[in-house]
Design a protein around this ligand. Structure first.
Ligand code: SF4
Length: 614
C-alpha cells in the first residue's frame, strides 16, 4: 500500500508539473480516490511539490469539500440556505438521517455514506436540494429521499438518480442533470434566442485591442458580480501595466445564497462566456485564461471542458485565434473546493494559486499584481457574456438598456415565496414591485436583495429601482411572505457568514458570532434597547474594520432589518432600560424547582399563585 500510495502521489503531482500552484487540483485527485487526504498523503504531496506539510494541511483544512478524515464513498450534502429551510429541508434532513441511520456530520460505520449540511448549492429555485457526490437532486420530498437512499444502498451509481433531465441544455449527455434552468423572462442581451455564435469575437478581432477596450468602456458595462466596477476601466488598467504575462479569470464561484444565474449561463450560454473571456484576452493582450468553477457546479465540468475543446478544434482557442496572427489564448478550468469567500476576487486568485482562499491585502490590486503576481482581470460569468454581446451589437446598443449609471440588462435569480422562481433578464432600473409581479409573489413581506450580503427591505420599499443608483443587485433576489420570521432569516444569514468567514481578521471572525448571539437574545425576548444599539454599533464597527467584503457586508441583514423592520425588534425587546442584564431569565430557571416545591411567585406567576392560594 505504501509503495502504491507513493507511486500515486508521484503520478498525480507529475501530472500537474509538480507545481504547487496546482495544489487544489492535486488534492481533488486524492479526495476523489481515497475519500480523504490524510497525514501521510499530505507529507508525500508536500515533498513532491517542494512545499511544507503545514502549507498543504492549511489548504486541506480550509475547503469544505476536502477532508482529513475518511468520508463515506457517497457524500450527501444538504443545502441549508434559508429558502431550502422554508421549503422543508428540516424534514428532508431527518428522513435522510433516519434512512441512513446516521446523524448530520457523520459517516456510516460501513464507510458507505456521509451526511452533512452545506451552504447554498445554487438551486434555490428548486429547493429543497442536495448534492449526492457531484449529482444534484432537486425538489426533494421525504418519499424521494427514501427512494434515493434505498437505491444507493443497493449500490446504484449516484448518476443513475437522474431519471429525467431538466429543461434546456440540462439534457446534454455531458450534463445530464435533473436541474431546471427555469428561464422565466428572456431579455435582448444574454438570453435572446437569436445570438449569432462568435459574432462578438469576429468583430473584436477586426479592431485593435485599444479599440476593443474603448468599446467596452463606452458601453458603460459594470461588473455583474455585485461590486459594479467599470469593466472597461478594469481592462484598461490591466493592459496598462508592463508585464511579461497577463491573465483573464472568470469568476464562476457564485456562492451568494439565492444566486443561480451563472449556473444557467454556463448551461445555456457557455460559448458566449468563453467568447467574452477570449475578447478580454485579446483586449488586454493575455494568453492565459482560467475559469474558476465552484465545486457545487462540478456536474457542469465535463460539458465545459467539451466546449473548450470544441473551440480549440474550431480555431477559437489556441494559437492564431480565428486566423488572427499572433493572438494566442487558451483557458483552463480551475475547480474550487467549497468556500464562499473565493467569490471575492483576491481570494479567488489565492485559490487558483493553490493557496487557502484568503483575501489578499490591497493595493496592489489584481489588475497590477494578480494571479502569480501578474496583471489579472477577474470578471464574473455574466460580465464576460455581456462583453461578447457588446462587441457584436455595439456599445451604443448595450447602453440603450437600463439607466444612466447602470447600463444593460441584469440576470436576476428569483427564489423564495413566489409562484415562478427562476431567472429573469430585465433591464436595470426595473422596480422591485414589477419583478415581484413577474415572479408571482402575491404576499411579499420581506425581500432580500443581493443575497445575505445585500439589503433586506419591506413593503414600503417596493417602488425602489434595481440599479446601482438605487438598489444594487448582484443577482440574488429572495422574497418571503408574511408568515416568515424576519429574525430567523437574519439568524440563518449570520450562521452562513460564521461558517464561511475565513477567520483571518477579528471583526469578522468574532463579530458575526456576537451578532448572532444578540439576535438570539432578541428572539428569546431577553434583549433591551441597549442591545439593539449594541447591534448597530457592532455592525458599523465590522463594516469599518473588516479586511474584505465578507466582513464589511455580513452585518447588512442585521442593520437593514433594524432599519426596515423596527417593529419586529421593538415588540420583542424590553421597553424599560432598567439596567438589568436579561441574558439569564431567572424566572424560567426557577420554574422547575417551583413546580417541585409547589411554590409560586406572586410577582412573576400570578395565575399559578392565585391557584395555589385557593
Ligand atoms: S473579513 Fe472575514 S472573510 Fe474577509 S479576511 Fe476578514 S475574516 Fe476573512
Amino acid at each position: 500500500m505504501e509503495i502504491e500510495l507513493s507511486a500515486f502521489v508521484q503520478n498525480v503531482c507529475k501530472k500537474y508539473g509538480n507545481d504547487k500552484s496546482r495544489l487544489i487540483d492535486i488534492l481533488w485527485e486524492f479526495q476523489d480516490r481515497f475519500g480523504c487526504i490524510n497525514g501521510e498523503m499530505m507529507d508525500l504531496i508536500a515533498k513532491e511539490i517542494s512545499s511544507y506539510r503545514i502549507d498543504v494541511e492549511g489548504v486541506v483544512s480550509f475547503y469544505s469539500f476536502f477532508s482529513k478524515e475518511q468520508k463515506g464513498k457517497i457524500i450527501i450534502r444538504l443545502c441549508n440556505d434559508i429558502v431550502d429551510e422554508h421549503a422543508g429541508m428540516k424534514k428532508i434532513a431527518e428522513t435522510f438521517s433516519k434512512e441512513l441511520g446516521i446523524g448530520i456530520g457523520k459517516t456510516s460505520a460501513d464507510g458507505k455514506f456521509s451526511l452533512e449540511y452545506t451552504s447554498c448549492i445554487g438551486m434555490s429555485d428548486q429547493a429543497p436540494a442536495a448534492l449526492v457526490n457531484d449529482v444534484v437532486v432537486t425538489n426533494l420530498t421525504a418519499e424521494k429521499v427514501r427512494e434515493i437512499v434505498s437505491s444507493l444502498k443497493e449500490n446504484m451509481d449516484p448518476s443513475k438518480l437522474v431519471q429525467q433531465t431538466g429543461d434546456g441544455n440540462n439534457f446534454h449527455q455531458l450534463i445530464h442533470a435533473m436541474v431546471n434552468n427555469n428561464i422565466r423572462k428572456r431579455g435582448e442581451v444574454l438570453l435572446a434566442e437569436n445570438i449569432t455564435p462568435n459574432a462578438g469575437l469576429t468583430k473584436a478581432l477586426e479592431k485593435t485591442p485599444a479599440e476593443v477596450l474603448q468599446e467596452i468602456t463606452d458601453s458603460k458595462l459594470r461588473g455583474c458580480g455585485g461590486a459594479g466596477f467599470s469593466t472597461g476601466m478594469k481592462w484598461k488598467m490591466a493592459s496598462g501595466f508592463e508585464a511579461e504575462r497577463r491573465y483573464v479569470i472568470c469568476n464562476a464561484d457564485e456562492g451568494e445564497p439565492g444566486t443561480f444565474k451563472d449556473r444557467v449561463l454556463l448551461t445555456e450560454r457557455a460559448n458566449l462566456v468563453i467568447e467574452g473571456m477570449t475578447i478580454a484576452g485579446y483586449a488586454i493582450q493575455s494568453q492565459f485564461g482560467i475559469l474558476y468553477l465552484r465545486a457545487e457546479y462540478r456536474y457542469l465540468r465535463p460539458y465545459l471542458e467539451d466546449v473548450l475543446e470544441t473551440r480549440r478544434k474550431a480555431g477559437l482557442l489556441g494559437k492564431n485565434i480565428n486566423g488572427k496572427t499572433g493572438f494566442d489564448f487558451d483557458i483552463r478550468i480551475q475547480l474550487g473546493a467549497g468556500a464562499y469567500i473565493c467569490g471575492e476576487e483576491s481570494a479567488l486568485i489565492s485559490s487558483c494559486e493553490g493557496l487557502r482562499g484568503e483575501p489578499k491585502n490591497r493595493p496592489p490590486f489584481p489588475v497590477e499584481k494578480g494571479y502569480l503576481n501578474f496583471p489579472t482581470v477577474v470578471n464574473n460569468v455574466e460580465t464576460f457574456a455581456h462583453a461578447a454581446r457588446i462587441l457584436d451589437r455595439g456599445a451604443i446598443w448595450f447602453a440603450g438598456f437600463g439607466t444612466e449609471k447602470s447600463a444593460g440588462t441584469k440576470l436576476i435569480s428569483v427564489s423564495g415565496d413566489c409562484e415562478r422562481p427562476g431567472i429573469y433578464e430585465v433591464p436595470f432600473g426595473i422596480e422591485v414591485a414589477e419583478l415581484l409581479k413577474l415572479a408571482g409573489a402575491d404576499r411579499p413581506a420581506i425581500i432580500q436583495v443581493s443575497g445575505p450580503s445585500g439589503k433586506m427591505i419591506g413593503r414600503t420599499q417596493l417602488n425602489r429601482k434595481i440599479c446601482f443608483e438605487d438598489l444594487p443587485c448582484g443577482g440574488s433576489f429572495m422574497t418571503f411572505s408574511t408568515d416568515r420570521n424576519v429574525l430567523r432569516i437574519v439568524e440563518n444569514f449570520l450562521e452562513f457568514f460564521i461558517e464561511e468567514s475565513c477567520g483571518y481578521c477579528t471583526p469578522c471572525r468574532v463579530g458575526n458570532t456576537f451578532l448572532k448571539q444578540q439576535i438570539e437574545k432578541v428572539m428569546k425576548g431577553f434583549a433591551s434597547k441597549d442591545d439593539l444599539q449594541y447591534l448597530k454599533d457592532l455592525g458599523q464597527t465590522m463594516k469599518m474594520t473588516s479586511r474584505c467584503g465578507l466582513g464589511t457586508t455580513s452585518p447588512n441583514p442585521v442593520l437593514s432589518s433594524l432599519e426596515h423592520f423596527p417593529i419586529v425588534y421593538s415588540t420583542l425587546v424590553k421597553q424599560e432600560n432598567d439596567g438589568l442584564e436579561a441574558g439569564f431569565n431567572i424566572q424560567v430557571a426557577l420554574e422547575e424547582s417551583r413546580r417541585i416545591a409547589k411554590r409560586s411567585s406572586m410577582i412573576y406567576d400570578p395565575v399559578y399563585a392565585h391557584n395555589e392560594n385557593e
